[in-house]
Write a new protein. Structure first.
Length: 141
């Protein structure tokens, strides 16, 4: 397997609510919900850096497609890291997320490795880390 992740799909309880959070609150670019004409096909895609896409799909539809039973998740099963270019951007993104309706679970603070980071959860409890790591700065597209 080559390290080539191109889509990160989050199962959500309410597709419209999650679309509003990511599109209107976090200002991620999207065409909105597509695929409504297909049973279990409604999905929203968001363009991220380096050609990666974030997809939102109803949990019931993801369960149907995968053949797994719908199960509740844990916010600590995984986190999504949003790496920023400078320390002040961490606070800006955390505030943007809070205004959008995110739950701030750990306010931004100094990290043990010399960076600065905080955590929030989206309306479905998916955990996001907003991080400035001076040893691992993102390369802007």
């Amino acid at each position: 397997m080559k390290a080539r992740i191109s889509v990160l799909t989050l199962g959500v309880a309410n597709l419209e609510r999650s679309l509003a959070f990511y599109r209107d609150g976090l200002k991620l670019p999207t065409q909105g919900i597509v695929g409504r004409e297909f049973e279990h096909g409604a999905v929203a895609f968001f363009d991220l850096a380096s050609g990666v896409k974030l997809a939102l799909w109803a949990q019931e539809d993801l369960a149907h497609d995968s053949g797994l039973k719908k199960a509740s998740g844990s916010s600590t099963s995984f986190s999504i890291g949003h790496n920023v270019s400078d320390r002040r951007e961490v606070d800006e993104v955390m505030e943007q997320a809070r205004v959008a309706g995110a739950n701030i679970v750990k306010p931004a603070q100094e990290t043990f490795y010399g960076g600065y980071a905080g955590y929030f959860t989206d309306p479905d409890g998916h955990l996001w880390e907003v991080v400035w790591n001076p040893a691992n700065l993102p390369q802007d597209d």
